[in-house]
Ligand binder design. Structure first.
Ligand SMILES: [Zn+2]
Length: 261
């Protein structure tokens, strides 16, 4: 149960986590803080893996499922001149905590860590299964890479991710693929374009065709979008040359049951 005293402890722990700046790849300080915190609040074991992820575990008295509560520790950088508050202060104003990573996602990570500990305390560990809480490194730039290492270590039956969802329960997420499309032409001087094949013109036709493809749809996950995110031609800059190469990148969001093909 979340008593007043416990709530204050969650807030204080979050403030400290915010004060430990943790840009992607620079999570050491916050990991050090979490290591101490997890041990203090009663986690049986605290493991730091080769990537720097931190994993706390509390075992119930009976065997059962492994529940992993997962949250990344890193944040995107701050443009301090755009902040009215101290981005690493963790100060409270009008009932809100201010600081980089408060909602994305140290708030959730600290809440989950303490929720696990309080549950163990209330039940005196008389429950089935194992509770894991994991702080993940380098999520903002390489989503999923470090988390896979944690999955490998824990082998969880259930995973709860604490990313902000306006307190709505989100039960799934689309997968992601980056698709690169290339066209090849034949270079020529642009004064005599008929002697070459313009790779960009080929790409333009392809883009139109791709855009006309029907989007896949799934009730809960929505559309399996395929969106053009960048396009590049070579040589670049191509002054007076018919480009013989063009490359377009697509962001594809995958739905349940889709195959590689
Ligand atoms: Zn996030």
């Amino acid at each position: 149960m979340l008593t007043k005293e416990r709530k204050e402890k969650v807030v204080a722990a979050l403030q400290k986590a915010i004060q430990a700046r943790s840009y992607s790849g620079e999570e050491k300080e916050v990991v050090g803080y979490l290591e101490k915190l997890l041990k203090d609040i009663g986690y049986d074991t605290v493991h730091i893996d080769r990537y720097g992820n931190i994993i706390g575990c509390i075992k119930g008295k009976k065997n059962g499922l492994k529940v992993l509560m997962d949250g990344h520790m890193d944040t995107v950088p701050v443009q301090e001149e755009k902040w009215k508050e101290n981005a690493f202060g963790g100060e409270i104003k009008d009932g809100k905590i201010y600081g980089r990573g408060t909602s994305d996602m140290k708030g959730a990570l600290i809440s989950m860590a303490l929720a696990g500990a309080y549950f163990a305390e209330d039940t005196k560990k008389d429950f089935s299964g194992e509770i894991y809480v994991a702080g993940i490194v380098h999520e903002e730039c390489f989503e999923g890479v470090a988390a896979r290492e944690v999955s490998e270590y824990v082998k969880p039956d259930i995973v709860i991710i604490g990313e902000a969802s306006e307190l709505n329960l989100k039960i799934g997420q689309r997968g992601r693929a980056e698709i690169v499309v290339e066209t090849f032409g034949k270079p020529a001087h642009s004064a005599n374009p008929e002697k070459g094949i313009n790779a960009v013109y080929k790409m333009m036709k392809l883009i139109e065709k791709i855009k006309a493809l029907p989007m896949t749809h799934q009730d809960k996950l929505g559309y399996g979008i395929l969106e053009l995110t960048d396009i590049k031609s070579l040589p670049y800059p191509g002054a007076s040359v018919v480009p013989d190469y063009c490359r377009a990148t697509y962001d594809r969001r995958l739905l349940v049951g889709e195959t590689m093909e």
